[in-house]
Write a protein that binds this ligand. Structure first.
Ligand SMILES: *[C@@H]1O[C@H](CO)[C@@H](O)[C@H](O)[C@H]1NC(C)=O
Ligand SMILES: *[C@@H]1O[C@H](CO)[C@@H](O)[C@H](O)[C@H]1NC(C)=O
Ligand SMILES: *[C@@H]1O[C@H](CO)[C@@H](O)[C@H](O)[C@H]1NC(C)=O
Ligand SMILES: *[C@@H]1O[C@H](CO)[C@@H](O)[C@H](O)[C@H]1NC(C)=O
Ligand SMILES: *[C@@H]1O[C@H](CO)[C@@H](O)[C@H](O)[C@H]1NC(C)=O
Length: 405
């Protein structure tokens, strides 16, 4: 008698237990781990943003559908939604084991058995949510072949860069249907970059030659690290930074957490689509193409040619210089974070494990989201892969909002 009372008390305790952390954050982290660990060479920026937007979209749908249920129910629903969305995205890769392992690892903590009525219902809710998102995104354009023809080898026109692909990456990404019912992405199109014959352009190309070269003597050690620190995928990066900033405050509020992570990742995905629209509209060459020309082409008559010039970050990414996706992703992520953080001010320390040039882990502390996004942007100039437009030289002078360690 006593034993059975004890057993049912234990069972009740187990049923009420739940994963102690933020389940949505857990799954966002798993998506990054799965991309880092199993997709050879990583994913290009727009598809990697698309991927996390699909997963967080499925999570949000599951969270909303289960919002009246127990915390464990919501967590189980969200977990199955995330699992199925990940597997849907990665058909054709080896990610089945990885996605299964991520789910298996979190189930005991959630503690809602799959063979109970509640458990079965939660699983079904999660699976339906993943299916709904998969169906909604099945014709969003990411799978389409879009032809790209190289422009003439004229001043300013994009050309394949040393060590890169013969054609620029994922031209279809400019046409992906935006997330969140955003409508026509071209209304966010940036103005054109400065004309090649302008003083602004001349300043920009001289600056990147001087500050972005592999063996630059102008760039400080700190700014070399800036290029390295922000080098990783902006998607895995900003999601990790977001978890430092937001922490565990939504651990028991699954719908709110799901809304935050979906907004962040929808914004990142839309930023990727919008920047691809800009890139393919202006088809702007990369600094390395400008600097490797052997003729004198600047109207001032200055000879900037250096056929052996090599950027710090190698190879140059296989897509057009303008507009920088690192800049766009940083701007978008910071804007969403500012809303959820209740302002620009932060006190957040985060690390990036640099996988090139034996640099290893760099840790930085940031006190301003705006500063972090701007540094993210400048990092591409110090890396020698982007031109310094839009006042980055001015920003470079003030280092407010930052502490290095
Ligand atoms: C559910 O599964 C567990 C272990 O897998 C088992 O111990 C339990 O008896 C099952 N409960 C029901 C209701 O089938
Ligand atoms: C410009 O500089 C490059 C690299 O130093 C050199 O090879 C080239 O001959 C120069 N061009 C002219 C016209 O002087
Ligand atoms: C940069 O420096 C390294 C070693 O100091 C040297 O091997 C390399 O040729 C240099 N590269 C360029 C592009 O100057
Ligand atoms: C993914 O890789 C980057 C770059 O190496 C690293 O900084 C980051 O910590 C990794 N993310 C996860 C979740 O392991
Ligand atoms: C950083 O990445 C390297 C290479 O992937 C790995 O060997 C190392 O353990 C990582 N360091 C940390 C602290 O995660």
């Amino acid at each position: 008698m006593r034993a059975s009372v004890l057993l049912s008390a234990l069972a009740a305790a187990a049923a009420n237990a739940a994963y102690p952390g933020d389940i949505v954050n857990y799954w966002v982290e798993q998506t990054s781990l799965l991309v880092n660990g199993t997709v050879i060479g990583g994913l290009q920026s727009p598809p990697s943003a698309w991927y996390v937007a699909v997963v967080t979209g499925a999570i949000y749908e599951a969270a909303v559908k289960s919002k009246k249920e127990s915390l464990a129910y919501q967590q189980l629903a969200v977990s199955h939604a995330a699992h199925n969305a990940i597997v849907w995205v990665f058909h054709g890769t080896r990610n089945y084991n990885g996605a299964d392992a991520s789910l298996r690892a979190v189930l005991p903590a959630i503690g809602l058995a799959a063979n109970t009525t509640e458990g079965k219902s939660a699983i079904e809710t999660g699976r339906k949510a993943a299916k709904k998102v998969a169906l909604a995104r099945a014709d969003d354009g990411i799978n389409n072949y879009v032809a790209y023809t190289h422009g003439p080898k004229e001043l300013g026109v994009y050309q394949a860069t040393p060590g890169g692909n013969p054609f620029p990456d994922v031209p279809q990404a400019q046409f992906i249907r935006p997330f969140g019912g955003f409508g026509d992405i071209t209304r966010f199109r940036s103005p054109p970059p400065p004309p090649i014959t302008s003083k602004d352009y001349e300043e920009a190309v001289i600056y990147v030659k001087e500050y972005g070269g592999l063996n630059s003597t102008a760039r400080t050690a700190y700014d070399t690290d800036t290029a390295y620190f922000w080098r990783e995928s902006s998607i895995t990066g900003w999601n990790r930074f977001a978890s430092v900033i937001i922490g565990n405050k939504f651990a028991t509020k699954v719908v709110e957490s799901a809304k935050f992570w979906a907004q962040l990742n929808f914004a990142l995905a839309n930023a990727g689509i919008a920047s691809w629209d800009v890139k393919y509209t202006y088809d702007a060459w990369r600094p390395i193409t400008a600097l490797h020309r052997t003729d004198i082409w600047l109207p001032s008559g200055l000879n900037v040619s250096d056929p052996s010039w090599t950027p710090l970050l190698r190879p140059t990414p296989s897509h057009q210089d303008y507009v920088s996706t690192h800049s766009t992703f940083g701007g978008a992520a910071a804007a969403v974070l500012r809303v959820w953080n209740g302002g620009d001010e932060i006190d957040a320390t985060w690390s990036s494990n640099v996988t090139i040039d034996n640099r290893g882990v760099i840790t930085r502390r940031f006190t301003s989201l705006k500063f972090a996004a701007e540094e993210n942007s400048r990092s591409r100039v110090f890396g020698g892969v982007s031109s310094c437009f839009l006042h980055c030289r001015v920003l470079h002078r003030g280092k407010k909002g930052h502490n290095a360690n």
